[in-house]
Design a binder for this molecule. Structure first.
Ligand code: MRU
Length: 360
């Protein structure tokens, strides 16, 4: 994707012994890139959410492991580093998927070949993610075209939650990929962007992406989506996901479930866009997905830019009050209209998933 005319991916190789990321904790106020040269920096970047979004942390985890293998290619070290990286964020399955794939690609080979193989595999994981996002975009575009046709010349209003754009993947995005394609082919659309408290990925990242691409959008307080659905101001919802279980349940950023309930009540189609690396075939039901508990500071404090241009963190809550901060919730499959994947769109059911991914 382009920022100020320059093409970026969200992660990129720097030679064969380092890789670059955009520091997403600095957006939208500053565009800062970081070069990571060791596995510890990669783990820190994922944990601190300098880099984030389910598919992207998979690719970053893969690059991080590749750097670890350069230092020590023994079975024991690889296993230890896979476990260390996998623990940085528990809900998105893409991270474990990428680490397990890396481990599988390395352990049957002689140690002296592992460093080169690991780098190659990490580059491949990133490139494949781009291809999957592009295909998701094309498949989602078909749905947007159909809904836009029904609007007969009126603007199509799409609501999204959190950030499932190119900043959350290696490029293009999942939920936002079809929106970019629809915009580029001239479909008249407008995006309602949930601010996505407590970390504001909607207000700070999705709005930044859409604005950079010239897509018409409006930031909403998270609580306003239901109201606009009742008013007939939302034609469809598209969100991303961090893990889909074998029955079609969907974990995504906290608050997604409430949007799905409101969408159901108002007859608004609710789509979830995902690459197949987000499907966890080992879990039958969303109730077993581990939900990340994050720091209460994210609820009690807020970063923002002061009038003098400096960025500061301010306290917004009654001093001394505790806070709870689950990072994700689970939307039951029955509330999901369809899963948009790189192989097409299917119902959120075991049969639907198996029809597209029989090997799963
Ligand atoms: O905590 P985050 O910002 O990593 O959460 C991201 C989301 O919930 C996204 O919607 C999800 O990862 C899908 S990204 C294509």
């Amino acid at each position: 994707m382009k920022i100020n005319g320059k093409h970026y991916r969200s992660v990129w190789p720097v030679g064969e012994d380092a890789f670059g990321i955009i520091d997403q904790t600095k957006l939208p106020h500053e565009l800062v890139t970081l070069t990571l040269r060791d596995v510890e920096s990669a783990a820190h970047a994922i944990k601190s959410m300098q880099t984030r979004g389910a598919p992207l942390i998979g690719a970053v985890g893969a690059y991080g492991l590749a750097l670890a293998v350069r230092e020590d290619a023994s079975d024991e070290h690889i296993q230890k580093m896979v476990e260390m990286l996998a623990e940085t964020r528990p809900t998105a399955i893409n991270l474990k998927w990428a680490l397990w794939r890396m481990r599988g690609a390395l352990l049957n080979h002689p140690r002296e070949k592992r460093a080169a193989l690991a780098w190659k595999e990490a580059v491949l994981i990133a490139d494949e993610d781009v291809a999957m996002s592009e295909a998701i975009g094309q498949n989602g575009l078909k749905i947007i075209r159909e809904l836009a046709d029904k609007k007969k010349g009126e603007t199509l209003n799409i609501l999204t939650h959190c950030n499932a754009g190119w900043l959350a993947t290696v490029d293009y995005g999942t939920a936002l990929a079809p929106i970019y394609l629809a915009h580029d082919e001239g479909i008249d659309l407008h995006v309602w962007v949930d601010e996505t408290r407590p970390r504001n990925q909607g207000a700070s990242l999705t709005a930044f992406e859409l604005g950079s691409h010239g897509v018409d959008h409006t930031i909403l307080a998270d609580n306003a989506g239901g109201h606009y659905m009742q008013q007939g101001e939302v034609d469809m919802v598209i969100v991303g996901t961090d893990r889909v279980t074998a029955n079609g349940d969907v974990a995504n950023k906290i608050g997604t479930y409430l949007k799905a309930l409101a969408a159901k009540d108002n007859g608004v189609p609710f789509y979830v866009a995902l690459p197949s690396s987000t499907i966890d075939w080992t879990i039958a039901d969303g109730r077993d997905i581990p939900i990340e508990e994050r720091s209460e500071d994210e609820v009690l404090k807020m970063p923002g830019r002061l009038p003098d241009g400096t960025v500061a963190i301010v306290e917004i809550a009654a001093p001394g009050s505790p806070a709870a901060n689950p990072g994700f919730d689970v939307t039951p499959a029955r509330l999901v209209t369809g899963l948009i994947t790189e192989r097409g769109t299917c119902p959120a059911t075991p049969e639907g998933l198996r029809s597209l991914f029989p090997e799963g």
